[in-house]
Write a protein that binds this ligand. Structure first.
Ligand SMILES: *Cc1c(COP(=O)(O)O)cnc(C)c1O
Ligand code: SF4
Length: 334
């Protein structure tokens, strides 16, 4: 008798991260999409690697090239179009990146580039050209960063950013929090991450332990652009965070063909609130080379945002913002 085939197959988040689809052909085949798309997908993935975790792919509709989740991750020929006004580092972040791992461009808060990569490569990303390889500090270098934070009592908040900070092991993150909570002027620990959305298994007991076990008040800013991203697995993961007192916020990017219709934005806010997440920011696209096909004109963005204000309570309307180089805060679009 042949031995039994296991009926359940539990994947850890680390496995899900490694097993992300990186081959454009595999993505097209999984979604039953025409292979005519392959040459352009391969060409565009030369510029910025394709990377999509399987739990995220499972939420996409088969055979639908316009699926709002697919559009965020599928490399297209349009990415190779050079568009005037779209640059490689529109935010000029390279300039505020003085000490390895540390970005200090916002008043009162600092951004730590905790992990050099992301779980998913979003085609519209403003960091698609970011020099992450130069930004992978050792523990010794982190101690220098913490020293610098300790010397500046105007800093009240540390933001774990990336890449995706939750791509780092919990052991490392626990170590960082242990060091940071000793700095008396720090009050808050904020995590900017897309991992609980794309791989909800990432919300482990160990993660909750370092996130909620220090005196720093925890805030997690997730990144979902469309209600379809927020399935029941994501709901469970977020509910565990919420029950532990973590403040949950969402930032989205306004993207043509993904979430630029009023009903997309209404559904997103409604679904977020169901999951105890408040909509925080709706970003206009950063003008990064290779992303112009996602761009909306300012007046179109404003128009859909006004309509949103007309149909939702104020606390479910995200702030419409843009990042501008050299500014130490976001610019509110009104
Ligand atoms: C805007 C922004 C911040 C700072 O956010 P505030 O909520 O305005 O303090 C941090 N990290 C990233 C990636 C941002 O875009
Ligand atoms: S998860 Fe965020 S930083 Fe990473 S590729 Fe997507 S948008 Fe960019």
């Amino acid at each position: 008798m042949p031995h039994a085939i296991p009926t359940t197959c539990v994947t850890t988040w680390q496995e899900a991260l490694i097993q992300a689809v990186r081959d454009p052909r595999e993505l097209l085949e999984l979604l039953e999409l025409p292979l005519e798309l392959l040459p352009q997908a391969e060409a565009a993935s030369q510029l910025f690697e394709l990377k999509v975790p399987r739990p995220f792919i499972e939420r996409m509709a088969k055979g639908d090239l316009n699926d709002p989740l697919l559009r965020q991750v599928l490399p297209l020929g349009e990415e190779r179009t050079l568009t005037p006004g779209f640059t490689h580092d529109p935010l000029e972040e390279a300039q505020s990146n003085a000490l390895k791992g540390l970005v200090h461009k916002y008043q009162g808060r600092v951004l730590l580039v905790v992990a050099p990569n992301c779980a998913v490569n979003c085609r519209y990303c403003f960091r698609r050209h970011f020099p992450y390889q130069d930004n992978n500090p050792s523990r010794q270098q982190w101690l220098k960063v913490f020293e610098q934070i300790a010397e500046d009592s105007t800093i009240h908040e540390v933001i774990f950013s990336g890449g995706d900070p939750l791509a780092s092991p919990d052991r490392q993150l626990q170590w960082m929090v242990d060091q940071l909570e000793q700095i008396p002027h720090l009050k808050r620990l904020r995590i900017h991450t897309r991992l609980p959305v794309v791989i909800p298994q990432r919300v482990t007991d160990d993660m909750i332990a370092w996130l909620t076990g220090s005196r720093l008040k925890p805030v997690v800013v997730i990144h979902a652009n469309h209600a379809k991203e927020l399935d029941n697995h994501v709901a469970d993961a977020l509910s565990r965070l919420h029950k532990q007192g973590v403040i949950l916020l969402n930032q989205a990017v306004l993207l043509k063909g993904v979430n630029d219709q009023l009903n997309d934005l209404v559904d997103l806010s409604e679904r977020l609130f169901e999951l105890d997440v408040l909509p925080y920011y709706l970003h206009l696209l950063d003008k990064v080379q290779g992303t112009a096909h996602f761009d909306l004109a300012d007046h179109e963005a404003l128009s859909v945002h006004r309509q949103l204000q007309g149909v939702l309570p104020g606390f479910l309307v995200p702030k419409l913002v843009r990042e501008e180089a050299g500014k130490n805060q976001k610019t509110l679009i009104i």
